[in-house]
Every structure is written in C-alpha cells, then in structure tokens.
Design a protein around this ligand. Structure first.
Ligand code: PMP
Length: 446
C-alpha cells in the first residue's frame, strides 16, 4: 500500500470528500475552457479534468438539452422503458462507428464500459461452446479502470498487487513505447511489428484456445502520457487476433470521442475492434455516461443463443445522461470541432516544442490532436528517468494550479523505468490565445 501511495504521486484518485475540502480549491463556476473557484481564482482547464470536458464548461446547448430532458422525464429504468435520447444517441454512435460495430450498450462511466466489454467477450465464447477461454492479454503501462475486471487487465502492477487474489486472469505484454525500447537504427515499421509479435509469441505459449481477447488503448493516456503507436502496429495486432481467433477490445475511454482529431482514435490506425469502450468525452462531464459497443457477430451470437447478456446496471441508458451526451456529440459536429482539434492540436504541439523542446528535462513531447504528453526526464539526450522520489508530476501539477493552469499529472513507469509526464487534453473549443496561455503557464510551472 505504501508503494501504491508513492506511485499515485499527487494524482487525484483518493477522494474522500470531507478531507478533500481542506486540501483542494472548491470549484464554483465554469466558463468555456475556464474554471473559477470560490475564492474567485480562474484556472484554464488544459486537461479537461482527466480528458473529460471536451466542450469546456457551461456549454449553453448542452445545459438546455439537460433542462429540457429533466422537464420531460429525468429517469426511467431500462427494465421497463427506453427513451428518445438513448435511442438517438445509439443511432448517432453506431452510424459513425468503425468497421462492423453495430450495437451499443450504455453504462455510467469508463470502468463500467470496460467491465461490460470483458464480460460480453467471455459470454460470446461461452455461447459458442468455448467456455475454456478465460484469459485476457493486455499491455503493461496501461489503465483500463478500477473495478476488478478492468483493474485485472490494467498494466500498472502496483494498482493490481493489493487485489491480486481477487482479479480475473490476465497477462501483460509490451505496449508500443516509441523511442524508449527501440533498437539502434530500427525503423518505425520494424519496431511496431516486433512489439506486436510479442502477442503472437505469448499466444503460442499459453495456447490461443484459452484466450478471450487482447485489450489495449489505441493512444495510451493517463499512464503513459498520450503515447500513440507507430504506424502498422495495430494492423499487425488485428491480424494476430484474427489468425488466432481471439477478440480485439479497444479502450477509447480517454482517447476516443474526438480527442485525437477523429471521432474514434483507432480510425487513424486503420483498424476496427470487435468491442470498443468509451466514456469521458462522450458526455463531456455534463453527465456520467459510458458506452460499450460491439459487432453484429458478437451481438447476434448472444441474441441467437441465450438471448440475454448477463449484465446490467441501474443507471444504464439514463435518459438525462443520454440527452446530455447527444447534445455534446451534436455540438461537436454542428461546430466542426474535430477540425479545430486537429488545427489547435498542431499549434499546441508546435508551441510546446518551441517553449520546451530544448529544456534539459524534457525527454519527449508527443500525442495526437488535443491529446498531448510531455515526458520529464533527468537528461534529455540519454532519456535517463528522473528520481521517482521527486514526484515531479505532482510538483508540476501544484505549480500549475498556483499559476491558474490545470494539467493532469501522470506518474506511470515505463517498463520499470520512471516515465513521469504531464498530460494535456484541453477542450475542443480552444483558440490560439488559449494555446499560448496554456504553453506559457506550463512552461513556467516546469
Ligand atoms: N480506461 C481508460 C483508458 C481511462 O483513462 C479510464 C479513466 N482514466 C478508464 C478506463 C476508467 O474510466 P472511469 O474512471 O470513468 O471509470
């Protein structure tokens, strides 16, 4: 537990409320990319909390949609009714989803979306008479949520260890780290294939007939700082999954819903999963909502088998949450915000490189769209990690809050080495003035 506390380094996961009030500012009002606290201090929300608030705060069309829905009916249980917002949101998502993804199941957040994906994947094979499959393969240095199933596939050992006897079967292979574990003169292509092939080797060792699915975040968020794969990596992963008859589950809880410049992050890697989990940006923080999506192959297997997915939560398909998410997704399209994510993402990247590219302790500036990670190292040339005792991301978070900037501290370890970073995930509505403010305040904080 001490190790867990050490590793959390100033992150925001330990929230017991009456204690929190003594330690943190109290949010009072939101205004576009800004949050104002009860003392009147203004912060630019450059991480959207944890890549949540993709429309900024107090968006009038989303607020109106919530009010309208609450005026009609706030909640009706899915055991008895569906609702217009839930049905329209489902249509909206399915018509834009990658590959053969044709079905959607609403939950209340990211962990629930991952949990539902794991259970549906297991049930799919059960219905096919392949109940011997009970193993998931995921990647080190990834985060999939804090419920027991999601925790099991997550790649942070320190998060899993205290709960090990209660977890489901999961193995972890290397993620695609970019420069860190690259061999001398290895091309992007060769590197991507080599790392992906670790999945194939592992499948050979454990027996593919025992495996349910491979689970991965297309762009690794909180634990690795907006780390995108090299081109070709996910195509190879998809081939390996198909060849070995296992499913591919993509966790787009953080990187999805437009964050990287396309609605689904996996579009940029030219692959479609069998199951996809999303949350955060789906409702943009206006209401808690997540979604698990799957192919017709999976849906039909269950429909034609037992006919019943053995899952369910009280608040799934919550009408007000769906109304909020529908208004968020419509605003993204009506205002052409994905184009702004791409343009402002490039400008933010350029500004960060300008301000921090030569900093002695910046090892990497990376990401896609408005999802950017800044990696902090002891030496920018050798990439020697910083002393973990420094808890540098937590210190930067504190300095940033002082200066009125919200950035997300990420205290992951990269293959056992310290890979501290801060994560930026500002709202899709930002302009060049906001980019300049974020860059200046982050530069000063670092
Ligand atoms: N998956 C990923 C990739 C995430 O980043 C998160 C949240 N940080 C989750 C799952 C879990 O989502 P939630 O906190 O909404 O349960």
């Amino acid at each position: 537990l001490r190790q867990a506390r050490e590793c959390s380094r100033g992150s925001m996961t330990h929230v017991f409320h009456r204690q929190l009030k003594a330690a943190m500012p109290v949010a009072a009002k939101g205004d576009g990319p800004y949050i104002v606290d009860t003392e009147g201090k203004k912060y630019i929300d450059a991480s959207g909390g944890a890549a949540v608030s993709c429309l900024g705060h107090s968006h009038p069309r989303v607020i109106q949609a919530i009010k309208d829905q609450v005026d009609q009916i706030a909640f009706a249980h899915t055991g008895f009714f569906t609702s217009e917002p839930a049905e329209q949101l489902a249509d909206h998502l399915v018509s834009r989803a990658p590959g053969q993804i044709n079905h959607v199941y609403f939950v209340s957040g990211g962990s629930e979306a991952v949990e539902a994906s794991l259970k549906l994947a297991r049930q799919y094979f059960l219905e096919k008479g392949e109940g011997q499959r009970s193993l998931f393969i995921a990647r080190r240095q990834s985060y999939h949520g804090n419920t027991l199933g999601a925790l099991s596939v997550g790649g942070n050992e320190w998060r899993r260890t205290p709960f090990a006897p209660m977890l489901i079967d999961a193995e972890h292979v290397s993620p695609c780290y970019g420069y860190r574990d690259r061999q001398p003169d290895e091309s992007d292509e060769a590197y991507g294939l080599r790392v992906a092939d670790e999945l194939e080797s592992r499948l050979k060792e454990v027996g593919p007939e025992k495996v349910i699915a491979f689970v991965a975040e297309p762009v690794v968020g909180a634990t690795a700082g907006a780390l995108a794969p090299v081109p070709g990596y996910f195509k190879r992963i998809r081939e390996i999954c198909d060849k070995n008859g296992i499913l591919l589950i993509l966790d787009e809880v953080m990187c999805g819903m437009g964050r990287t410049g396309t609605l689904f992050a996996c579009e940029q890697d030219g692959v479609a999963p069998d199951l996809l989990a999303t949350a955060k940006g789906l409702g943009a923080g206006y209401m808690p909502i997540g979604a698990m999506m799957c192919t017709s192959e999976i849906y039909d297997t269950i429909r034609n088998g037992s006919g019943f997915f053995q899952h369910g939560h009280t608040y799934m398909g919550h009408p007000t949450a769906c109304a909020a998410a529908l208004a968020v997704q419509r605003a993204i399209e009506e205002d052409d915000l994905l184009a702004n994510v791409r343009t402002m993402g490039d400008k933010l990247d350029a500004a960060l490189h300008d301000r921090l590219g030569n900093h002695a302790n910046i090892g990497d500036i990376r990401g896609r769209g408005l999802f950017r990670g800044i990696e902090l190292v002891a030496d920018r040339v050798s990439k020697e990690p910083l002393d973990p005792g420094l808890k540098i991301d937590g210190l930067i978070k504190r300095e940033a809050m002082e200066r009125g900037l919200i950035c997300y501290p990420g205290g992951g370890t990269i293959d056992g080495k310290q890979g501290n970073h801060v994560l930026l995930a500002p709202p899709f509505i930002i302009n060049e003035t906001h980019v300049a403010e974020i860059t200046e305040k982050l530069g000063d904080s670092i």
